[in-house]
Write a protein that binds this ligand. Structure first.
Ligand SMILES: [Zn+2]
Length: 134
């Protein structure tokens, strides 16, 4: 697979990107009220606590919505790539790509599982494939 643009890694998001390198999908958990949040950010939107830890997600979820961008063509993606909003079983949502599935077979409600995809610039991204083909 081709190289992807590397994400901007900050003090607040480093744990997430480091976890992916060891095949862990980590989700921020508020130490004040226990709520989970993603993407990572310094303060809990529920209780305003700045204290947090991380839990490892199961990596299983459901496609909430998806799009197949056509224009403009993106240099890092083959034509027909799928951008999806996946809700993890833990309840948080991620924007990701679906893999190992054709655009025709993608659907809302599809059960998916994470795949830790490695790119040639030392980047690991959590992409999702249909649960039943693993
Ligand atoms: Zn909280």
């Amino acid at each position: 697979m081709s190289t992807r643009l590397a994400p901007t890694i900050t003090q607040d998001t480093a744990f997430f990107w480091e976890g992916l390198k060891t095949d862990q999908l980590l989700i921020q958990r508020c130490e004040g009220c226990g709520s989970l949040r993603h993407p990572p950010r310094p303060m809990c939107p529920q209780c305003k606590s700045l204290s947090w830890s991380a839990i490892e997600a199961t990596g299983r979820g459901t496609v909430i919505s998806y799009v197949i961008p056509r224009h403009p063509p993106m240099p890092f993606f083959d034509d027909g790539y799928i951008v999806a909003l996946v809700e993890l079983d833990e309840g948080v949502r991620l924007v990701t790509n679906l893999i190992d599935i054709s655009a025709e077979d993608a659907s809302m409600g599809l059960r998916v599982v994470v795949r830790f995809e490695r790119f040639d610039n030392d980047l690991v991204l959590p992409l999702f494939a249909p649960e039943n083909i693993r």
